[in-house]
Write a protein of this length. Structure first.
Length: 196
């Protein structure tokens, strides 16, 4: 199970980040990772996301390759049981499916971050009829699932910080989309909730 989790997370990153980035670059010629590498709020959040995924990989690597170090991660022993583990595994797999479907439905509008020089179409069909941010909902489910499968201080920190950072990112994107999309986006805001 420990090696499976490590491989699953690697596959998750490849399927939800690297492969779509390569496909979009090939199809449109545009870069879809548009998070700036500067000191802006969006740039700062991008660095935090990298750190959070790095923490997740540390936990998964310790679990897979050095389980004897697991006690240093401050495990929450009261959550180390089969029901929590099964719930976590279910969330991990459902979240992967949710993110992949949402990305496919976004098609050429999918971006990591936002760039004021790249106007994309507003997506309001499929999963986007029920949530304005299904990809981010999937990411939150991923971190919750990881915490339930491997409950410790680092996975708890990753989960909480992902929630905080996504709250900020979503609000910045909403401000950007309000400027770029105008009236259609305001209508969409009235019909569809931010999360669920």
């Amino acid at each position: 199970m420990s090696f499976y989790l490590f491989i699953f997370f690697l596959a998750y990153v490849v399927l939800t980040m690297l492969l779509p980035r390569w496909r979009m670059k090939r199809a449109t010629g545009q870069e879809v990772f548009v998070v700036p590498r500067d000191d802006s709020a969006q740039g700062f959040i991008g660095r935090i996301f990298k750190l959070l995924f790095g923490l997740a990989f540390v936990v998964l690597a310790v679990n897979a390759f050095a389980p004897q170090w697991g006690s240093y991660l401050l495990p929450a022993k009261f959550l180390q049981n089969n029901p929590a583990r099964l719930a976590g595994l279910s969330l991990l797999h459902i979240s992967l499916l949710l993110v992949l479907v949402a990305q496919a439905q976004m098609a050429a509008s999918w971006r990591v971050g936002f760039d004021e020089n790249q106007k994309t179409e507003l997506v309001s069909v499929g999963l986007f009829r029920y949530s304005r941010n299904p990809v981010f909902v999937g990411m939150l489910m991923t971190m919750l699932g990881l915490f339930l499968v491997l409950p410790n201080a680092l996975t708890l920190l990753s989960m909480v910080m992902t929630w905080v950072v996504l709250q900020i990112q979503v609000r910045m994107e909403e401000e950007y989309l309000s400027k770029v999309q105008g009236a259609p986006y305001f209508d969409y805001l009235k019909k569809v909730r931010r999360w669920l």
